[in-house]
Design a protein around this ligand. Structure first.
Ligand code: GMT
Length: 381
């Protein structure tokens, strides 16, 4: 029988895939009887449930006039040592290499001076490797933190290959994909909700992201601008971030503001996805594309780029279509090919839902649990 463990989870609390995966993982582990301690600088945005098995420890960064830059990594390291010691953690699972894995490695060394050997699991999520990892000012730290972790996981086969290609990694990397809890998704149109956003004859296209440059949000608007001229449609833009202003300006320039609705950082996206026909994700990089999977779980066809791990999620010609980054014209014709053929659109939607099931929580959670159990047995022996 698997031992119930005390697991520390370190993640970013903000609107983004790595925080979502870490939070959902922690909640699922708690439901299986493990004790889960979240450690971050703010309450993770999807951590809004009550459970006697879930704890949250906030890392505070005091403001010393002496420091021009607040040393968050050191405050995090101290907090990890404190929580591991006092809560008697069995495992520390950190999401994102910088600064979480490097802080955990430091904490592990400090804990060793207290006679405690705590295993570290590092999950690589993407931009920690594909963007920061290529920055020379971070590379040595990232490589060291990965090599000093007891187990490394990457969220797609593509991210695993990319990590092995760009870093000198001594240990095995396990690929454990993103997951979703299928029971939380609804696949039936809520007609009342749909009618609030679109007329009866209009299709709904949706994009969700943190509006960072890497998401190429302007391409979403460019695609929609061509699509709506051929078929009646509305575009829902969910999320917010640095590119928002530029994108709104583009909508104004194209005169399509009445057809594009910016809904902001919605916490619950399932409802909006359930009224969506096509999800658009034209990212420059995407190590997995959790949001595409969330759309597919809501029975939505996906138009995306073919970058990173996206081809592992969105199956070209089956659950949606893949294009080269920036190939707006192909993404337009692919979208139209689905919208003008109802039978095809429905078949793609069904395929998307079926493929999403392979990433359902019960299929992926045991892979993380196996990692923890293996490490916890190793530490005892
Ligand atoms: O996509 C983002 O900007 C957020 C980023 C993060 O670190 O939170 O998401 C990354 O991790 C997700 C969860 O593993 C993946 O599904 C996303 O594809 C990945 N984003 C990128 O690679 C750009």
């Amino acid at each position: 029988m698997n031992k119930k463990l005390k697991i520390g989870i370190v993640c970013y609390p903000t609107y983004g895939g790595s925080g979502v995966v870490a939070t959902e993982l922690g909640i699922a582990l708690a439901e299986k009887g493990h004790e889960v301690h979240f450690i971050s600088y703010d309450q993770p945005f999807r951590l809004d449930i009550f459970s006697e098995k879930i704890y949250y420890h906030e890392v505070s960064v005091p403001d010393y006039p002496l420091f021009e830059y607040a040393p968050y990594e050191l405050n995090l390291t101290s907090k990890l040592v404190d929580v591991a010691l006092h809560e008697k953690l069995n495992i520390l699972h950190v999401h994102y290499a910088i600064p979480h894995a490097s802080a955990a490695v430091n904490a592990k060394q400090i804990l060793a001076t207290h006679g405690i050997d705590i295993p570290i699991v590092t999950t690589l999520h993407g931009t920690d490797i594909t963007l920061l990892g290529k920055d020379k000012s971070f590379k040595p730290v990232i490589e060291y933190a990965i090599n000093m972790s007891d187990t490394i996981t990457a969220v797609s086969e593509d991210l695993k290959s990319e990590t092995l290609e760009h870093f000198n990694i001594k240990n095995e990397i396990k690929s454990i994909p993103n997951f979703i809890d299928m029971s939380l998704y609804q696949q039936e149109d809520d007609m009342k909700l749909r009618n609030r956003f679109a007329k009866k004859e209009e299709f709904i296209l949706t994009h969700i992201s943190n509006f960072r440059k890497v998401k190429r949000v302007e391409d979403v608007i460019k695609i929609f601008n061509k699509v709506h001229k051929e078929v009646p449609a509305k575009l829902l833009m969910i999320g917010d971030g640095p590119e928002r202003l530029k994108v709104e300006q583009l909508c104004r320039k194209l005169g399509i503001c009445d057809k594009v609705k910016f809904l902001g950082k919605l916490k619950v996206i399932e409802k909006m996805l359930s009224i969506t026909d096509i999800f658009i994700l034209p990212s420059e990089r995407e190590s997995f594309g959790l949001v595409a999977l969330e759309a597919m779980a809501s029975k939505v066809a996906v138009i995306s780029t073919n970058t990173g791990g996206l081809p592992e999620v969105n199956i070209d010609g089956k659950t949606g279509y893949l294009s080269e980054v920036g190939d707006v014209n192909k993404m337009v014709s692919d979208t139209l090919s689905l919208l003008i053929d109802n039978e095809k659109l429905n078949a793609f939607k069904e395929n998307a839902l079926a493929h999403a099931h392979t990433f359902d929580l019960p299929n992926i959670l045991p892979q993380y649990e196996a990692v923890y159990q293996e490490l916890s047995c190793k530490m005892k022996s």
